[in-house]
Design a protein around this ligand. Structure first.
Ligand SMILES: [Zn+2]
Ligand SMILES: [Zn+2]
Length: 238
Protein backbone atom coordinates (compact mmCIF):
# COMPACT_ATOMS: atom_id res chain seq x y z
CA UNK A 1 0.00 0.00 0.00
CA UNK A 2 1.35 3.44 -0.91
CA UNK A 3 2.10 5.86 1.93
CA UNK A 4 -0.67 8.24 0.84
CA UNK A 5 -3.15 5.34 0.82
CA UNK A 6 -1.94 4.25 4.25
CA UNK A 7 -2.46 7.74 5.64
CA UNK A 8 -5.90 7.92 4.03
CA UNK A 9 -6.82 4.52 5.50
CA UNK A 10 -5.65 5.74 8.91
CA UNK A 11 -7.63 8.99 8.77
CA UNK A 12 -10.68 7.47 7.08
CA UNK A 13 -10.68 3.79 8.07
CA UNK A 14 -13.06 1.52 6.18
CA UNK A 15 -16.04 0.52 8.30
CA UNK A 16 -18.30 -2.51 8.14
CA UNK A 17 -21.49 -1.06 6.59
CA UNK A 18 -23.64 -3.12 8.94
CA UNK A 19 -22.03 -2.63 12.37
CA UNK A 20 -19.47 0.18 11.76
CA UNK A 21 -16.47 -1.83 13.05
CA UNK A 22 -13.16 -0.97 11.36
CA UNK A 23 -12.38 -3.51 8.63
CA UNK A 24 -9.55 -4.10 6.15
CA UNK A 25 -9.76 -2.12 2.91
CA UNK A 26 -10.27 -5.27 0.81
CA UNK A 27 -13.17 -6.57 2.93
CA UNK A 28 -16.84 -5.77 2.33
CA UNK A 29 -18.06 -6.78 5.81
CA UNK A 30 -16.52 -7.58 9.20
CA UNK A 31 -16.06 -11.26 10.09
CA UNK A 32 -19.03 -11.49 12.44
CA UNK A 33 -21.44 -9.87 9.94
CA UNK A 34 -20.07 -12.01 7.12
CA UNK A 35 -20.93 -15.12 9.13
CA UNK A 36 -24.59 -14.10 8.93
CA UNK A 37 -24.65 -13.91 5.11
CA UNK A 38 -26.59 -16.68 3.40
CA UNK A 39 -26.10 -17.85 -0.18
CA UNK A 40 -28.35 -19.96 -2.38
CA UNK A 41 -27.42 -23.57 -1.73
CA UNK A 42 -25.72 -25.59 -4.47
CA UNK A 43 -27.19 -28.84 -3.12
CA UNK A 44 -29.94 -30.69 -4.92
CA UNK A 45 -32.35 -30.73 -2.03
CA UNK A 46 -33.08 -27.04 -1.56
CA UNK A 47 -36.30 -25.16 -1.12
CA UNK A 48 -37.56 -24.02 -4.55
CA UNK A 49 -38.86 -20.76 -3.07
CA UNK A 50 -35.78 -19.45 -1.21
CA UNK A 51 -33.02 -21.66 -2.74
CA UNK A 52 -31.79 -22.37 0.80
CA UNK A 53 -31.13 -25.63 2.61
CA UNK A 54 -33.83 -27.12 4.80
CA UNK A 55 -32.11 -25.85 7.94
CA UNK A 56 -32.30 -22.21 6.83
CA UNK A 57 -35.51 -22.18 4.76
CA UNK A 58 -38.00 -19.74 6.31
CA UNK A 59 -40.88 -20.66 3.96
CA UNK A 60 -43.99 -22.05 5.58
CA UNK A 61 -46.41 -24.53 4.03
CA UNK A 62 -49.24 -22.30 2.93
CA UNK A 63 -47.59 -19.33 1.33
CA UNK A 64 -48.77 -17.14 -1.49
CA UNK A 65 -45.42 -16.00 -2.85
CA UNK A 66 -43.35 -18.14 -5.18
CA UNK A 67 -39.80 -16.92 -4.50
CA UNK A 68 -37.92 -15.38 -1.57
CA UNK A 69 -34.50 -13.72 -1.38
CA UNK A 70 -32.56 -12.31 1.57
CA UNK A 71 -28.86 -11.79 2.24
CA UNK A 72 -28.72 -12.12 6.04
CA UNK A 73 -29.82 -14.11 9.02
CA UNK A 74 -31.59 -11.84 11.51
CA UNK A 75 -29.05 -12.27 14.29
CA UNK A 76 -26.12 -10.51 15.99
CA UNK A 77 -25.03 -7.16 14.59
CA UNK A 78 -27.43 -7.49 11.66
CA UNK A 79 -30.31 -7.65 14.10
CA UNK A 80 -28.97 -4.70 16.12
CA UNK A 81 -28.42 -2.58 12.98
CA UNK A 82 -31.89 -3.28 11.60
CA UNK A 83 -33.38 -2.33 14.96
CA UNK A 84 -31.42 0.93 14.86
CA UNK A 85 -32.91 1.67 11.42
CA UNK A 86 -36.39 0.84 12.64
CA UNK A 87 -36.43 2.40 16.09
CA UNK A 88 -33.59 4.94 16.22
CA UNK A 89 -33.81 6.86 12.94
CA UNK A 90 -30.60 5.34 11.58
CA UNK A 91 -31.84 5.46 8.00
CA UNK A 92 -28.23 6.13 6.88
CA UNK A 93 -27.67 2.39 7.27
CA UNK A 94 -30.33 1.44 4.73
CA UNK A 95 -28.18 1.78 1.61
CA UNK A 96 -25.77 -1.01 2.64
CA UNK A 97 -28.66 -3.38 3.34
CA UNK A 98 -30.34 -2.38 0.06
CA UNK A 99 -27.19 -3.19 -1.92
CA UNK A 100 -26.84 -6.61 -0.31
CA UNK A 101 -30.57 -7.33 -0.66
CA UNK A 102 -30.35 -6.40 -4.35
CA UNK A 103 -27.35 -8.76 -4.71
CA UNK A 104 -29.34 -11.65 -3.28
CA UNK A 105 -32.25 -10.85 -5.63
CA UNK A 106 -29.88 -10.79 -8.62
CA UNK A 107 -28.14 -14.02 -7.51
CA UNK A 108 -31.50 -15.78 -7.76
CA UNK A 109 -32.38 -14.15 -11.09
CA UNK A 110 -35.43 -12.46 -9.59
CA UNK A 111 -34.58 -9.02 -10.97
CA UNK A 112 -35.22 -10.31 -14.49
CA UNK A 113 -38.61 -11.75 -13.51
CA UNK A 114 -39.86 -8.65 -11.70
CA UNK A 115 -42.13 -6.07 -13.36
CA UNK A 116 -42.09 -3.73 -10.38
CA UNK A 117 -41.06 -3.50 -6.73
CA UNK A 118 -43.35 -2.58 -3.86
CA UNK A 119 -43.10 -2.69 -0.04
CA UNK A 120 -44.97 -3.60 3.13
CA UNK A 121 -46.83 -0.43 4.12
CA UNK A 122 -47.38 1.00 7.60
CA UNK A 123 -50.73 2.25 8.88
CA UNK A 124 -51.15 6.04 8.70
CA UNK A 125 -50.87 6.36 12.48
CA UNK A 126 -47.68 4.27 12.68
CA UNK A 127 -46.15 6.23 9.79
CA UNK A 128 -46.94 9.56 11.45
CA UNK A 129 -45.38 8.35 14.70
CA UNK A 130 -42.11 7.11 13.12
CA UNK A 131 -41.89 9.66 10.29
CA UNK A 132 -40.66 7.11 7.75
CA UNK A 133 -41.26 3.56 6.62
CA UNK A 134 -37.95 1.68 6.59
CA UNK A 135 -39.38 -0.98 4.24
CA UNK A 136 -40.25 1.76 1.74
CA UNK A 137 -36.79 3.35 1.96
CA UNK A 138 -35.21 -0.07 1.47
CA UNK A 139 -37.50 -0.89 -1.48
CA UNK A 140 -36.77 2.42 -3.20
CA UNK A 141 -33.01 1.77 -3.02
CA UNK A 142 -33.36 -1.87 -4.07
CA UNK A 143 -35.45 -0.78 -7.05
CA UNK A 144 -32.60 1.49 -8.17
CA UNK A 145 -30.04 -1.31 -7.79
CA UNK A 146 -32.09 -3.86 -9.75
CA UNK A 147 -33.35 -1.25 -12.22
CA UNK A 148 -37.07 -1.81 -11.75
CA UNK A 149 -39.65 0.82 -10.76
CA UNK A 150 -40.94 1.05 -7.19
CA UNK A 151 -44.70 1.58 -6.91
CA UNK A 152 -46.46 2.09 -3.56
CA UNK A 153 -49.56 -0.02 -4.33
CA UNK A 154 -50.34 -1.50 -0.91
CA UNK A 155 -52.20 0.20 1.89
CA UNK A 156 -52.38 -0.88 5.53
CA UNK A 157 -55.90 -0.43 6.74
CA UNK A 158 -55.42 -0.60 10.48
CA UNK A 159 -52.73 -0.75 13.11
CA UNK A 160 -52.02 -4.33 14.19
CA UNK A 161 -50.15 -5.52 17.29
CA UNK A 162 -46.61 -6.68 16.40
CA UNK A 163 -46.64 -10.33 15.46
CA UNK A 164 -44.08 -11.40 18.07
CA UNK A 165 -46.19 -9.85 20.85
CA UNK A 166 -48.97 -12.37 20.16
CA UNK A 167 -49.27 -16.10 20.87
CA UNK A 168 -48.88 -18.24 17.71
CA UNK A 169 -52.57 -19.06 17.34
CA UNK A 170 -53.48 -15.35 17.16
CA UNK A 171 -50.85 -14.26 14.62
CA UNK A 172 -52.58 -15.28 11.39
CA UNK A 173 -55.86 -13.67 12.41
CA UNK A 174 -54.03 -10.51 13.48
CA UNK A 175 -53.11 -9.64 9.90
CA UNK A 176 -56.13 -11.04 8.11
CA UNK A 177 -57.51 -8.34 5.84
CA UNK A 178 -54.96 -5.80 7.10
CA UNK A 179 -53.79 -4.86 3.59
CA UNK A 180 -55.65 -3.31 0.71
CA UNK A 181 -54.74 -1.92 -2.70
CA UNK A 182 -55.09 1.77 -3.55
CA UNK A 183 -58.20 1.73 -5.82
CA UNK A 184 -56.46 3.80 -8.50
CA UNK A 185 -53.63 1.23 -8.64
CA UNK A 186 -55.75 -1.89 -9.22
CA UNK A 187 -54.97 -1.80 -12.99
CA UNK A 188 -51.23 -1.71 -12.37
CA UNK A 189 -51.36 -5.02 -10.49
CA UNK A 190 -53.27 -7.22 -12.93
CA UNK A 191 -51.00 -9.67 -14.75
CA UNK A 192 -47.85 -8.25 -13.12
CA UNK A 193 -44.99 -10.02 -11.36
CA UNK A 194 -44.40 -8.03 -8.20
CA UNK A 195 -41.43 -8.10 -5.81
CA UNK A 196 -42.55 -7.17 -2.27
CA UNK A 197 -39.87 -5.83 0.07
CA UNK A 198 -39.84 -5.78 3.87
CA UNK A 199 -36.93 -4.99 6.17
CA UNK A 200 -37.23 -8.11 8.34
CA UNK A 201 -39.08 -11.38 7.79
CA UNK A 202 -39.54 -13.39 10.95
CA UNK A 203 -42.72 -15.48 10.80
CA UNK A 204 -43.42 -14.69 7.14
CA UNK A 205 -47.10 -14.00 7.87
CA UNK A 206 -46.94 -10.29 7.01
CA UNK A 207 -45.37 -11.04 3.62
CA UNK A 208 -47.89 -13.78 3.06
CA UNK A 209 -50.88 -11.57 3.74
CA UNK A 210 -49.49 -8.84 1.46
CA UNK A 211 -48.83 -11.40 -1.30
CA UNK A 212 -52.35 -12.77 -0.95
CA UNK A 213 -53.83 -9.27 -1.27
CA UNK A 214 -51.89 -8.63 -4.50
CA UNK A 215 -52.97 -12.00 -5.94
CA UNK A 216 -56.60 -11.21 -5.18
CA UNK A 217 -56.12 -8.09 -7.30
CA UNK A 218 -54.90 -10.20 -10.22
CA UNK A 219 -51.09 -10.15 -9.87
CA UNK A 220 -49.54 -12.95 -11.92
CA UNK A 221 -46.82 -13.85 -9.44
CA UNK A 222 -45.38 -12.52 -6.17
CA UNK A 223 -41.74 -12.62 -5.10
CA UNK A 224 -40.46 -11.41 -1.75
CA UNK A 225 -37.21 -10.05 -0.42
CA UNK A 226 -36.00 -8.78 2.94
CA UNK A 227 -32.78 -7.40 4.39
CA UNK A 228 -32.76 -10.26 6.93
CA UNK A 229 -34.87 -13.23 7.98
CA UNK A 230 -35.23 -15.70 10.83
CA UNK A 231 -35.19 -19.34 9.85
CA UNK A 232 -37.73 -21.42 11.81
CA UNK A 233 -34.78 -23.30 13.27
CA UNK A 234 -33.27 -20.07 14.69
CA UNK A 235 -33.95 -21.07 18.30
CA UNK A 236 -32.48 -24.52 17.85
CA UNK A 237 -29.28 -23.22 16.23
CA UNK A 238 -28.46 -20.76 19.00
ZN1 LIG B 1 -20.02 -5.88 10.88
ZN1 LIG C 1 -37.67 -21.83 1.52
Amino acid sequence: MKLTQQIKAWIFPKLCPVCSQIIKADKALCDSCRELVVYPSEKKKVCKICSLSKELCPCGKYIHYSRFASPFLFEGEVRRSLHKIKFRNRTDKIDAFARLTADSIIQRGLDRETDFVTFIPMSDSAFTKRGYNQAQLLAEKVSEYINRPCLPVLLKLRETPTQHSLPLHRRRGNLLGAFEVYPEDADKIKGRRILVIDDIVTGGMTMNEAAKTLLIFGAEDIYCAAAAFSPPSAKKRK
